[in-house]
Design a protein around this ligand. Structure first.
Ligand code: MLT
Ligand code: ZN
Length: 468
């Protein structure tokens, strides 16, 4: 028996001591299923999959990984787009899907305890049943999990009004890379007792430790949400429309998508075009329609935008079903274009720099990708733009990604010049790691590496992700 096989057998024996048979997978198709996320770039190659039932079991696993030198990859709903939950090198994948209980709920504090594997939609529904609201939302909320959302500081479609996942985390239980259990912030609103390690773990992509439980804040639900979709003739007009509406209304969303994105979604036949007028771009606005006065205000803002030439046409939802269908025009884009193996960029700049940024990047990509289809959409109201390049049928996946990598540098130069981010909400994982230096200085990266060393000195937690 070779020493590698002996080591593998040893690890599998240790896993079998911590996990009963039903919570351990060591062979079959499920290995690759749990070993990958939605990134579609890397080949999954895990050694085993484990399904912990509680924090203590995670702790035993992390301690064993340190003692026996094996590595761990955390796995939530596997909806990530940067390879943060990919196992490519015989790691043990830790799936949180069996830690999916919603625990203590405090109506007074408006907080609820969630295990890491609670699905986003499960939490949203729990909040609704208690006349409350969990405002972080995105197309993948039916499968993404709270632990993964926190580990990537997930954003989504309501950030403009309600902020990111970070803003709703009142407390965390984590198992550090050293195998310690930390209870962070205990659900407190105020806590001025020094470093807030909770925030260090939010967005750390499982590289410092694994989140096993969270205390999540809830809020009063918004009332009578209405959706307005507007046809917009050019990039610059999008931000003028955003400014005009936001000066007078507290929008809960301001999204955009290009005509190409709309065509792909409507071609599937499930949802119709919002109106007949052809428009290069579309803006989707959502707001609380609480009085007749608000409706009049919306109409007069719309008319003003039309007079200025910033809007070509528009439609407003008259009921919840219409609102949901208008939302699908935006929310169905990602899944619809997935079959074209898109090269995904998730970029952000401050809102004031969006016009300069959009024009600069658009110029670079139309020159850099003369033969490729470019699909724009995103959360433009908070400065986050999704730039997707579609793979032509006649080009192999590797050649396509190679070509995209060449154009990346020109795009990221603009991001860096404007002080933006090369990954606004999709994380770094494996995919964006080579480009981190465009958004983080060498000094800052040095501190990040030092922190990794403190929490995970043996490098057992999600190796190769974020920092490498
Ligand atoms: C979205 O906004 O639709 C998601 O971030 C997914 C994507 O960018 O494709
Ligand atoms: Zn997005």
């Amino acid at each position: 028996m070779s020493s590698h096989l002996a080591a593998t057998d040893n690890i599998l024996n240790i896993l079998a001591q911590i996990f009963p048979d039903k919570d351990l997978i060591t062979e079959g198709d499920e290995l690759s299923l749990y070993g990958k996320d939605w990134t579609r770039v890397y080949e999954p190659n895990p050694l085993a999959i484990v399904f912990p039932r509680n924090t203590e079991q995670v702790q035993s696993l992390v301690k064993a990984a340190n003692q026996q030198s094996f590595t761990l990859v955390p796995s939530g709903g596997r909806t990530g787009l940067s390879g943060g939950a990919m196992s490519t090198d015989q790691e043990v994948v830790v799936s949180f899907e069996r830690m999916n209980r919603i625990g203590d709920f405090s109506p007074v504090d408006r907080t609820v305890q969630c295990e890491a594997g609670v699905i986003t939609e499960q939490l949203q529904q729990f909040a609704e049943q208690n006349d409350l609201f969990y405002p972080v939302d995105f197309a993948s909320s039916g499968s993404s999990q709270i632990g993964g959302n926190i580990a990537t500081n997930a954003g989504g479609i309501k950030v403009i009004r309600y902020g990111l996942t970070r803003d709703w985390v009142a407390g965390l239980t984590v198992v550090t890379g050293k195998g310690d259990i930390l209870e962070l912030n205990n659900g407190l609103v105020k806590n001025a007792t020094g470093y807030d390690l909770r925030h260090l773990f939010i967005g750390s992509e499982g590289t410092l430790g694994f989140i096993t439980e969270a205390t999540i804040r809830l809020m009063r639900p918004p009332r009578h949400l209405a959706v307005l979709v507007l046809g917009v003739p050019e990039f610059d007009a999008l931000m003028k429309v955003s400014q005009t509406f936001q000066d007078q209304l507290d929008l809960t969303a301001f999204e955009f998508f290009s005509d190409k994105a709309l065509r792909y979604v409507t071609a599937k036949g499930d949802v119709a075009k919002p109106f007949e007028t052809e428009s290069p771009y579309y803006a989707l606005l959502e707001f609380e329609l609480i009085s007749e006065q608000t409706e009049e205000q919306v109409m007069s803002l719309f008319e003003r935008c039309v007079e200025e030439g910033w809007v070509l046409d528009g439609v407003m939802s008259q009921n919840e079903t219409q609102a949901a269908n208008l939302w699908r025009l935006r929310e169905d884009i990602s899944e619809t274009i997935a079959e074209f193996t898109p090269y995904k960029n998730d970029l952000s700049v401050t809102v004031s720099k969006v016009p300069e940024f959009l024009n600069g990047v658009n110029q670079v990509v139309t020159q850099g990708y003369p033969d490729f289809e470019i699909v724009w959409y995103g959360h433009i109201g908070d400065g986050n733009l999704h730039l997707n390049i579609l793979k032509p049928d006649n080009l192999g996946k590797e050649a396509f990604f190679e070509k995209c990598t060449q154009v990346n540098d020109a795009v990221f130069d603009i991001v860096a010049k404007l002080g933006g981010s090369i990954s606004a909400e999709h994380g770094v994982g494996l995919l964006k790691k080579p480009y981190l230096h465009y958004s983080r200085s060498n000094e800052e990266l040095g501190y990040m590496h030092a922190l990794k060393q403190v929490f995970d000195p043996n490098g057992v937690m999600n190796p190769g992700k974020l920092l490498g």
